[in-house]
Design a protein around this ligand. Structure first.
Ligand code: PLP
Length: 404
């Protein structure tokens, strides 16, 4: 059972039905969001119901767009650990620091949440083939979850996609194609054309409403794991923007249900200096992003020169009193090493931009030294082995070579 009621455009507020696969093609640049009958849910549903639920994102089943959760496409995604990281907090001078470890999701990143929920719903609606462009992690998640669902997935990936992701795509038996990295800005258009030509359903970033529904559960979980409290600040690494928009959508929903009180957290987004259209637009006081020119970032996520949810993210950054921080690739790699050495958390560099960004934000005063901060570690370092810092592991011939 689901409280899903209708779909709604974020800009013109047009309402659309939920019983057909609905592409996000609002002409006014709006995004399509799923809306629930929260008044009814407030009377009938309690947070204790969620607490008693599965140890996965499906614990929030009635607030997801899937009619029959028992038939959901699942590999055990969500309900990832939120670690309190006191040693790291002390090292960087942060009042209270938590890390949400999405690296433990089945394919290694938070993208599994969107794939599980979207494919569950689209399979219910009779879709058999989905198509998307992805810098790697979403392609891997959709390819493997489509295999689990008995569906077909076609993905277009950049040539510098991480080897782990391309193997996940390839071994899943999905149709995976690579496009020269310097033509990456054409990938979205290619996917639209393939969708129109073959009738495949486009599940690219913000091209439909249900990936967001999977990702919003990160917000539900953060609040639940903090004892149904809002943190002061959430730091999120932004590419296309679905993840960050989704977390705040989730928090707004559970606030509307009365499950959590307090103010929504301040949204701090991080991007690489070599592709930072959101940080730049925020600093320039603009409401929308301008397309980023030449992209100069390490392989992996955050390769979004025209973030699909740019407008919505900028609005949230302003409304919540947040901000944006751009970091260099070297700063992200340093943060990967700090997370591993101080807390045993093995993050990918994109995810570690959150720690690098937080350090800068603490220095500039954007984040106060006494605030409670959650970093979203969006993916495992195992997805990015070739880009990780070198680590000295000397060869030995005997135990005499092992230094204490
Ligand atoms: C590991 C990782 N973190 C963050 C992001 C950014 O996510 P979003 O596109 O939802 O902003 C991506 C997207 O590719 C990613 O792969």
């Amino acid at each position: 059972m689901t409280y899903l009621d209708h779909l709604e455009c974020s800009e013109c507020h047009e309402r659309l039905p939920v019983d057909v696969p609905q592409p996000n093609d609002c002409r006014d640049g709006g995004l399509l969001f799923a809306r629930y009958d929260l008044d009814r849910a407030r009377k009938e549903l309690s947070k204790e119901d969620a607490v008693r639920g599965a140890a996965s994102l499906w614990r929030y089943g009635p607030l997801l767009p899937v009619a029959d959760v028992d038939q959901a496409v699942t590999l055990g995604e969500g309900w990832t650990p939120l670690h309190r990281t006191d040693r790291l907090a002390q090292a960087i001078g942060c009042g209270e620091l938590w890390v949400k470890n999405e690296g433990v999701c089945p394919t290694g990143s938070f993208k599994d949440r969107g794939a599980a929920v979207a494919l569950s719903r689209y399979r219910e609606l009779g879709v058999s083939t989905v198509v998307l462009n992805s810098s790697g992690n979403a392609g891997a998640a959709f390819s493997l979850y489509a295999a689990r669902a008995g569906m077909r997935c076609i993905s277009i990936l950049p040539t510098d996609v991480q080897p782990g992701s391309i193997k996940q795509c390839g071994l899943s038996g999905a149709g995976s194609f690579v496009l020269a990295a310097d033509r990456w800005h054409e990938a979205g258009g290619m996917v639209s054309e393939l969708s129109a030509r073959h009738g495949w359903f486009d599940v690219g970033t913000m091209k439909e409403p249900f990936r967001t529904e999977g990702k919003k559960t990160m917000g539900y979980e953060i609040a639940e794991q903090l004892g149904w409290e809002m943190p002061d600040v959430i730091v999120y690494p932004v590419g296309g923007g679905t993840g960050a928009v989704a977390i705040w959508k989730g928090l707004e929903e559970i606030a509307a249900l009365g499950w959590v009180g307090g103010k929504p957290p301040r949204m701090i987004v991080t991007q690489y200096e070599g592709c930072a259209p959101i940080v730049k637009a925020f600093e320039q006081g603009r409401d929308a992003c301008e397309p980023w020119g030449e992209i100069d970032i390490p392989p992996g996520g955050l390769k979004s020169p025209t973030p699909a949810a740019g407008k919505q993210i900028l609005r949230l950054m302003r409304d919540t009193g947040g901000g944006g921080v751009a970091v260099s690739a070297d700063e992200a790699l340093e943060a990967v090493a700090e997370l591993a050495a101080l807390e045993g958390i093995f993050a990918c560099p994109e995810a570690a931009t959150t720690l690098a960004g937080l350090k800068k934000a603490l220095r500039s005063g954007l984040v106060g030294r006494g605030e409670q901060v959650v970093l979203v570690d969006t993916g495992s370092g195992l997805k990015s082995v070739p880009t990780l810092p070198e680590a000295a592991c000397p060869k030995i011939e005997s135990v005499d070579d092992v230094m204490g």
